[in-house]
Design a protein around this ligand. Structure first.
Ligand code: FAD
Length: 238
């Protein structure tokens, strides 16, 4: 987990320089819902985390303690018996991500879905931009200059947006002016199995920085809820 924190810190090394940039927005995630067992199951000691193992016991009609089920979760994952992970669904509210990220994220088709903010129905006056992390650049001066250039371009995009809006052009056409760094927000519905697949692909250093940053944030969140369903993936961040 230390390596994962170090990676996220590295991506965020220039975060302070972005604070006052024009319409800057940083990513945030908020868990707003997740599968919880029924009262009857809770009274038997079943939790969100142990639901997969508890249901998987059907195959041998076996029974186990809470600790047994935590261990069984890990075994099921190592055996590739992962259908039971679909027992657990998470709902997150994600803000401060770019249209570029949305394009990558929505390529994941199985066990995951979204409701995104519409750029037809929501005015651009509410919209913000996601500035790149530029974590691979060591010179603060260069990063400041680069952020300045992005800032100029974002201001220009909004100016032209407002100009065309005055002419009566509708949101659905105005949005075409916006760069892929334009922000969006979404509710995402994802089950634990699919989330593992997302992590396998997007925690990896080969993944693009913004979706990797989001994957780190979500990984950190679910590790606080159901570590046995995800902890084996921590090694992949090395
Ligand atoms: C580092 C990186 C770079 C990438 N670069 C590009 C790029 O340059 N261009 C580009 O277009 N995309 C790119 N992608 C996107 C990538 O090709 C996948 O579309 C994306 O990662 C979703 O993965 P997935 O299909 O496994 O996930 P999901 O769609 O969630 O599918 C999950 C799993 O279900 C199975 N599955 C799903 N659908 C089918 C199906 N129709 N038939 C058979 N099995 C299926 C597969 O086992 C799949 O792994 C990149 C992804 C990564 C991580």
């Amino acid at each position: 987990m230390k390596h994962f924190k170090r990676e996220l810190d590295h991506i965020e090394r220039w975060k302070d320089l972005r604070k006052d940039l024009f319409r800057n927005e940083e990513p945030q995630i908020k868990l707003i819902g997740m599968t919880t067992p029924t009262e009857e199951m809770i009274s038997l000691g079943v939790t969100t985390e142990t639901l997969p193992a508890y249901t998987a016991r059907q195959s041998h009609e076996s029974a186990g303690t809470y600790e047994d089920d935590l261990n069984l979760n890990k075994k099921l994952i190592s055996w590739g018996h992962q259908t039971c992970l679909e027992a657990v669904q998470f709902v997150y509210y994600v803000t401060g991500v770019s249209k570029s990220l949305a394009g990558q994220w929505t390529r994941h088709r199985i066990g995951i879905g979204w409701t995104f903010r519409s750029t037809r129905y929501v005015k651009a006056s509410k919209n913000t931009f996601i500035y790149p992390a530029l974590e691979y650049i060591d010179s603060e001066d260069v990063v400041r200059s680069a952020y300045g250039a992005y800032e100029r371009e974002h201001k220009r995009a909004i100016e032209v947006y407002d100009e065309l809006k005055e002419l009566g052009i509708r949101n659905q056409e105005l949005r075409r002016l916006m760069p892929v760094g334009w922000s969006t927000a979404a509710y995402v519905y994802v089950n634990a199995r699919s989330l593992r697949h997302f992590f396998e692909l997007r925690l990896d250093k080969s993944a693009e920085w913004e979706i990797r940053r989001l994957a780190y944030m979500m990984f950190d969140s679910v590790m606080g809820i159901a570590p046995t369903l995800f902890e084996d993936l921590a090694g992949e961040i090395l």
